[in-house]
Design a protein around this ligand. Structure first.
Ligand SMILES: *Cc1c(COP(=O)(O)O)cnc(C)c1O
Length: 357
C-alpha cells in the first residue's frame, strides 16, 4: 500500500524564522492559516471600479472559523513552553472559541469571560464544546477584559487576549500569506477594527516582510469600526458600545495607540460604518460572491464600498479585505432577515408556483 505523508503545516512551521519560537517551543497547532485570497467577481463591477482588483482574505476558513487561530497557536504554544497550567481571556466570542480549542489540544485549563447576551451562538457553543470554563459577565467586553487583567496579574494564569504580544506575532502571518500570494503587498488593506489587535498585527507583518525583501511596497491600512462603537473615530471611549457586529462591539480598544500608528504610518484611515451599511455588505458578499462571513467582517466590505463611492481608490491598484470570521458563527443574525423562507403545501402545484426559473 502506498504511504501518504500527512504534512502538518500551521503558521508556526511555515513562518518560524519570523516568529519568536525556538526548538524548545512545543508547537500546538490545528494547521491554521494558509487561507484563500479570493478574487471578488461582483463587487468591483457593482462599484464601477474598472481597473481595480479586490480580494477577500477569507479567515473564516481557519480551524475554529476566525483569524484568532493564528494568534492563538502562538499564545498557547508559548504558554506551554513557559510551563503554564491555565489560560484565560475576555472575548466577544471568537477569542474564546479559539483559546478553548487550542487549550483542549494540549490539556491546558481554559477560562473565558464573555459579555452576557452579546455573543453569537456559534461562538458560545464552541467555548462550551471545546470544554472551556465559560463565565458570563453582566457587562460588556471592556469590563470583562478588565476582570481578566486583574485575574492574571499574579502570573498563575496566562492571559491570551491580544494584549499578549504572541497573539500579534501569530496574526501578522496573514500579511505574509497575502504578499506570498500576490507577489507584493496590495496598495490598500481593509480591515474591521474592534480591540485593534489585528490591524496592528497586519501592519507589523507588512513592515517586517518588506524589511526581509519579500515586498517592495506597503499598503495603506484602512480600518473600519461600527458607528455605535467607534471610539477611535470619535477620539474618546464609548461607555455603552452597540452594534450588530458583536465581534467589534468594543468601547475602549486595547490596541488603540498601535492602530493609530498603523493608520498614520501607512497613510491610511480609520472610519465608521453604520449597522445598515454592514447589513447590506453582509448580504452582498454572501448573495453575489458566494462568500459567507460574519457581520464584523462585513464592516470592512461596507467601508470599501463607502470609500469607493468617494473615489478614494486609485486606478490600477489592488485592495485586500480581511473577512475575519465565518458567517456560520452568528446564526441568529443570519436568520433575522425575512426574505428567504416560503412555506407551502406538499403538492406539486404549490411548489411549482414558487419555483419560477
Ligand atoms: C476579533 C474579531 C475582530 C476584531 O479584531 P480586533 O483585533 O479586535 O480589532 C473582527 N472580526 C472578527 C470576526 C473577530 O473575531
Amino acid at each position: 500500500m502506498k504511504k501518504y505523508a500527512i504534512k502538518k503545516i500551521g503558521i508556526i512551521e511555515r513562518y518560524q524564522e519570523y516568529l519568536p519560537v525556538t526548538e524548545r517551543t512545543p508547537i500546538i497547532s490545528l494547521n491554521e492559516g494558509n487561507t484563500p485570497l479570493i478574487l471578488a467577481e461582483a463587487l468591483p463591477g457593482y462599484l464601477g471600479l474598472k481597473n481595480i482588483r479586490i480580494y477577500y482574505k477569507f479567515e473564516g476558513l481557519n480551524p475554529t472559523g476566525s483569524f484568532k487561530d493564528r494568534g492563538m497557536t502562538m499564545a498557547i504554544s508559548k504558554a506551554m513552553e513557559a510551563g503554564a497550567k491555565a489560560v484565560m481571556c475576555a472575548s466577544t466570542g471568537n477569542t474564546s472559541a479559539s483559546a478553548a480549542a487550542y487549550a483542549s489540544r494540549c490539556g491546558l485549563k481554559c477560562f473565558v469571560l464573555i459579555p452576557e447576551g452579546k455573543i453569537a451562538k456559534g461562538k458560545l457553543i464552541q467555548a462550551y464544546r471545546y470544554g472551556a470554563k465559560t463565565i458570563m459577565v453582566k457587562g460588556n467586553f471592556d469590563q470583562a477584559l478588565e476582570m481578566v487583567k486583574q485575574m492574571t496579574q499574579d502570573g498563575k494564569i496566562t492571559l491570551v487576549n491580544s494584549i499578549n504580544p504572541y497573539r500579534i506575532e501569530g496574526q501578522k502571518t496573514a500579511a505574509f500569506e497575502i504578499v506570498d500570494d500576490l507577489g507584493d503587498a496590495p496598495e490598500y488593506h481593509a480591515i474591521p477594527v474592534g480591540n485593534a489587535g489585528n490591524i496592528t498585527a497586519y501592519w507589523k507583518g507588512y513592515k517586517e516582510y518588506q524589511k526581509a525583501g519579500k515586498s517592495e511596497t506597503l499598503p495603506k491600512m484602512v480600518g473600519f469600526q461600527a458607528a455605535g462603537s467607534a471610539p477611535i473615530v470619535l477620539g474618546h471611549r464609548v461607555e455603552k458600545p452597540e452594534t450588530i457586529a458583536t465581534a467589534i462591539r468594543i468601547g475602549n480598544p486595547a490596541g488603540w495607540q498601535s492602530a493609530l500608528a498603523a493608520r498614520d504610518e501607512s497613510g491610511g484611515l480609520i472610519e465608521a460604518v453604520t449597522d445598515d451599511e454592514i447589513a447590506w455588505a453582509y448580504k452582498f458578499i454572501a448573495e453575489r460572491e458566494g462568500v459567507f462571513a460574519e457581520p464584523a467582517s462585513a464592516a470592512a466590505v461596507a467601508g470599501v464600498i463607502k470609500l469607493a463611492r468617494r473615489n478614494y481608490f486609485q486606478e490600477g491598484t489592488r485592495i485586500v479585505i480581511t473577512l475575519t470570521g465565518s458567517g456560520l458563527k452568528d446564526p441568529d443574525y443570519a436568520l433575522s432577515f425575512d426574505d428567504l423562507v416560503e412555506v407551502v403545501e406538499p403538492t406539486y402545484e404549490a411548489v411549482r408556483r414558487v419555483v419560477q426559473p
